[in-house]
Design a protein around this ligand. Sequence first.
Ligand code: S3P
Length: 202
Amino acid sequence: MVGVLRNVILVGFMGAGKSTVGRLLASRLSCCFVETDAMITAREGRSIPEIFTDRGEPYFRRLEAEVLEALAEKRDHVIATGGGFPCGPGVMDRLLQLGTVVWLAADFNAAYARANRAGGRPMLAGRSAEDAAALYRARQDSYRRAHLAIDTTHLTVDAVVGRIVRHLRERERAARLTRPPAEGSAHADLSTGVGEGREGDG
Ligand code: S3P
């Protein structure tokens, strides 16, 4: 359970590890995992590369805006966003209201290599490494507004998840301490509300 913090939202450049980290984090927190790209492909009945080829990037960004509205219904979810998702006007403001936003901030070369290896990234197709690096730089200002930033470049997935869980516990504890105790309860409940699994990075 994510408890009073509602959702955990992962942002970051392509290849930063949002899907891998998100899946493990959701299992550690015993909550649902969802990806904005998967929500889009389910609605459209075609893959992300097909959407870009058939309808172009502006259409894809409109679909992302619709998905943002749908995210408002989510509670206790780990949500992995597409790399460009938080960069539209007003989107980061909205995400910051919907849960704890975590930026997986991999170094460009590592993220770029990983994204190219996995393939299926229309934003990288036909773009030089210099252009991709410019896109990476242009997005930093949006990403850096997250509640928490973790450089994943030299960390294992387990270690990244451990750091997020620890941060959630701290935020949850702070939120509970500032909340007035529920009527009729003599003591505030200081339990963390997040998974008690072992943290990978100690
Ligand atoms: C995009 C990133 C992709 C996907 C789409 C556009 C981007 O998601 O949403 O291809 O603009 O950076 P990942 O970050 O999961 O690769």
